[in-house]
Design a binder for this molecule. Structure first.
Ligand code: CP
Length: 356
């Protein structure tokens, strides 16, 4: 076009923040497939289900995938994933689907319950019975806490709870802990009482946020690592833990402090985990509007920020190009963590282990 100015759009450079190399994590954990084999054909409903050793082996397998992203393109060949998301999702659905595709499997995706028999009153149990004939694994997200359990009863293929209302989001928590261990791989070794404590601040309300509840449930599996946790909330929720979690924390022998003053505690924290959104039915509520992280927050220089995303005003985009940004790494690593879990559930572990 004569006279028209050239217009160029700057290509976004890949971010390098939170880019710890997974090979160091691989070196720290000795492979032991015996902890992964029992995952075969299991339903994944809660973070409670995982033992410490199983978690470490899953992280090792995830790191193996992440360290060699193009090496494993066929382990799920011939397998079909049913990806059913009855509540909005960017990261969870697409990272599960990416994980399955990367391993060579095929996918059927449902993103609207109105396009299935549920719109005609069909029960989730009956839908589950049909899924047995169509695929090899189900990933379900639903606004209703009971939904994955209703479907589970009729399933003979494994189902993964990808977020059920306010209850849990176990694979988000797996991805969160995987991120932390990639940040400091030496944390996977049992820590002695005289070692410096890792100070973790969690801005959120476990009873309202499934990501925070599942994260705490996994952290208590590593009481030697996560023994200095401060929950930061605005005090507007009475029982911030909800049922059972308080007992589980007590049983793990760790103390979780509470604070209503982010400024007062943030400068001491090694990890700042923030979430503000709670899904309530088909909408969401924002908690802790008074808590915001931006480049003026007096963070420790070495501190990392984690966030399950999607974010709102609580996490300024100004932080994206700082070394505190580990939330993008969290989302990136979730693909590899989910690759590890899926491989184990559909009994293809033997195709990715060096020795079985
Ligand atoms: N972290 C998370 O669950 O994000 P999505 O809602 O986009 O899946």
């Amino acid at each position: 076009m004569v006279g028209a100015p050239d217009v160029f759009f700057k290509r976004h450079e890949p971010d390098t923040y939170g880019n710890a190399h997974p090979k160091e994590l691989l070196r720290q954990i000795t492979e032991d497939v015996d902890y992964l084999l029992p995952l075969a054909n299991q339903h994944i409903m809660s973070a409670d289900q995982f033992k410490r050793e199983t978690l470490l082996q899953l992280f090792r397998l995830a790191a193996k995938f992440e360290a060699n992203p193009s090496r494993f393109s066929t382990p799920l060949q011939g397998k079909i994933l049913i990806s059913a998301f009855y509540e909005p999702s960017t990261r969870t659905r697409l990272s599960f689907e990416s994980a399955w595709h990367r391993l060579g499997g095929d996918i059927m995706s449902i993103t609207d319950r109105a396009t299935t028999g549920i719109a005609k009153g069909e029960s989730l149990a009956d839908v589950g019975e049909m899924f047995n004939n169509y695929g090899d694994c189900v990933v379900l997200r639903d606004i209703n806490e009971k939904s994955p359990f209703e479907m589970m009863d009729s399933l003979r293929i494994p189902i993964i709870n990808a977020g059920n209302g306010l209850d849990e989001h176990p694979t988000q928590a797996l991805s969160d802990i995987y991120t932390i261990f990639k940040w400091r791989p030496s944390l996977v070794k049992r820590r002695r009482a005289n070692q410096p404590r890792l100070k973790v601040g969690i801005i959120g309300v476990p009873d309202k946020m499934r990501t925070v509840r599942s994260l705490l449930k996994l952290m208590i599996k590593f009481p030697d690592v996560f023994n200095d946790i401060t929950l930061i909330h605005d005090g507007s929720t009475k029982d911030i833990y909800g049922p059972r979690l308080t007992e589980q924390i007590d049983e793990a022998g760790i103390t979780v402090r509470e604070s209503h003053n982010l400024e007062a505690v943030v400068g001491d924290l090694d990890i700042v985990y923030i979430n503000a959104i709670a899904w309530i039915k088909d909408s969401y509520e924002s908690y802790g509007k008074s808590f915001k992280l931006d480049t003026s927050t007096p963070l420790k220089n070495s501190a990392i920020i984690m966030h399950p995303l999607a974010r709102g005003e609580e996490l300024s985009t100004d932080l994206d190009e700082t070394h505190h940004n580990w939330y993008f790494a969290q989302a990136r690593g979730a693909v590899f963590l989910r690759m590890a879990l899926l491989t184990c559930l559909v009994q293809r572990t033997g195709r990715v282990m060096d020795v079985v």
